[in-house]
Design a protein around this ligand. Structure first.
Ligand code: OGA
Ligand code: MN
Length: 300
């Protein structure tokens, strides 16, 4: 059997069946998966049984591993391998975090629309989120199609953002949710420049590239920046561009951070365990470099 693609929506999300990701992939299976990843942006692999090293090994097929920033934070010992971002609400002992655990606020910022690691010079390519415990209600994940959102953007806004560079910082999105970075964490993650319109290599299609991490647009006054980012977000996350995933235990969901936004939806995170683990691959380089745009500002 070769891996099979079962579309969930016409162009944005698909399920992939008849493949066991814990085993080495055949060349044919990889080809099906890579083509599906480039055509769709969100792939759902139901009922996978992955050890952490198998999860990371599959992520490596999409690029070098993007190490979790949580390993660099004042967050105590890690529950998972450092190649995996722990996006759960669980302590080292596997208990649901208390309200005063600083990492619970950090995790809650995932409920703002974002694309992974756009606050790092080289941002994420694919994210592979593996679900090991699900709350009985809530905790869905929304994905928004930034290629479709670009196609539907009005010409005035297209002209306004093409060639523009935004500054992304993890401190910006965390501040919106009341999470305070330490001085050391801030020093480790200065704001970085990213283009606002990208070209998707495999499909040649353009996409909007923004996130809740954006605090500034180069050569634009602050007031205008906030209004523009709000307008773009409102446009880009309209229902017709969004696929909402309702998790099943042992789902592995992969998304293309180059051309999507995502957000975790609310759930009672002081009550229900939700054990989500993400292995992430890096893109090929900073987006300004990829688009041939001179970096207008040192990332500091
Ligand atoms: C992530 C993320 C959202 C969720 O893993 O990068 O944003 O629903 N997750 O867990
Ligand atoms: Mn994320």
């Amino acid at each position: 059997m070769t891996a099979e693609v079962w579309p969930i929506t016409d162009t944005f999300a698909a399920e992939i069946g008849d493949v066991d990701l814990s085993k080495p992939l055949s060349g044919d299976d990889w080809q099906v998966i890579e083509d599906a990843f480039n055509t769709y942006s969100v792939l759902v692999f139901p009922d996978q049984r992955l050890k952490q090293d198998e999860h990371v090994a599959f992520a490596r097929r999409f690029g070098p591993i993007d190490m979790s920033m949580i390993a660099d934070m004042d967050a105590g010992d890690l529950r998972v391998a450092p190649e995996i971002a722990d996006v759960s609400n669980l302590t080292l002992e596997g208990e649901v975090m208390d309200a005063d655990n600083r990492m619970i606020e950090f995790q809650r910022a995932n409920r703002l629309w974002h694309t992974d690691s756009s606050f790092k010079p080289t941002p994420a390519n694919a994210s592979l989120l593996y679900m090991q415990a699900i709350p009985p209600v809530g905790g869905l994940t929304d994905f928004a199609d930034m290629r479709a959102a670009w196609d539907a953007l009005d010409d005035g806004l297209k002209v306004k953002i093409e060639g523009k560079v935004a500054l992304h910082s993890i401190a910006t999105s965390r501040a919106k949710m009341g999470f305070e970075m330490t001085p050391d964490e801030n020093a480790a993650y200065p704001r970085v420049p990213q283009v606002m319109v990208r070209t998707h290599r495999a499909s040649g299609r353009k996409s909007i590239y923004i996130a809740s991490h954006v605090g500034e647009i180069v050569d634009m006054p602050e007031k205008e920046t906030l209004a523009l980012v709000d307008a773009l977000m409102a446009h880009a996350t309209q229902r017709q561009f969004v696929y909402t995933h309702r998790w099943r235990l042992n789902d592995l969901v992969i998304w293309d951070n180059k051309c999507t936004l995502h957000r975790g939806r609310d759930f009672d995170d002081l009550r229900w365990p939700r054990d989500a683990q993400r292995a992430t691959s890096l893109d090929i380089g900073p987006t300004c470099e990829q688009e041939g745009i001179a970096v207008p500002l040192a990332a500091e």
